[in-house]
Ligand binder design. Structure first.
Ligand SMILES: [Zn+2]
Length: 126
């Protein structure tokens, strides 16, 4: 049997589609995420006689804080050291999410350019 000139595997659009679907499956594995920054800081208290006012190493803490922007405002959420892994995980998930989205977008641009060329050449054949 004679091979047709363009098989499915020859068409890059099929491989774009496969890669896109695979990235969508990666998205499925994303857990709760948060953007923003996690801070660990030592604080001064309000008491004038406390050593923390003069000696940095006598400051209290560490206190953990999650800082992010929402509707143009900075939001600070204090949390306990025991809660840190939860937020740390969420920050890592956000990093994964961003990386998947970046790859999906790049792939989309390539695929869209190809689809657009295809649409153009199809319309010219008629
Ligand atoms: Zn103090």
């Amino acid at each position: 049997m004679k091979k047709s000139q363009t098989t499915d595997s020859d068409n890059p659009l099929n491989s774009y589609r496969e890669r896109f679907l695979s990235l969508k499956r990666d998205l499925d594995a994303i857990n709760y995420f948060c953007k923003g920054t996690l801070l660990k800081r030592m604080m001064k208290c309000g008491q004038k006689r406390c050593a923390c006012q003069r000696v940095p190493s006598k400051r209290h803490g560490p206190y953990f804080e999650w800082t992010y922007k929402a509707k143009g405002k900075t939001v600070n959420i204090r949390f306990q050291p025991e809660e840190a892994p939860v937020y740390q995980n969420a920050v890592e998930e956000y990093g994964k999410l961003k990386s998947i989205l970046t790859r999906m977008e790049r792939l989309s641009r390539t695929a869209l350019a190809r689809l657009a060329r295809q649409a153009l050449s199809n319309s010219r054949k008629i």
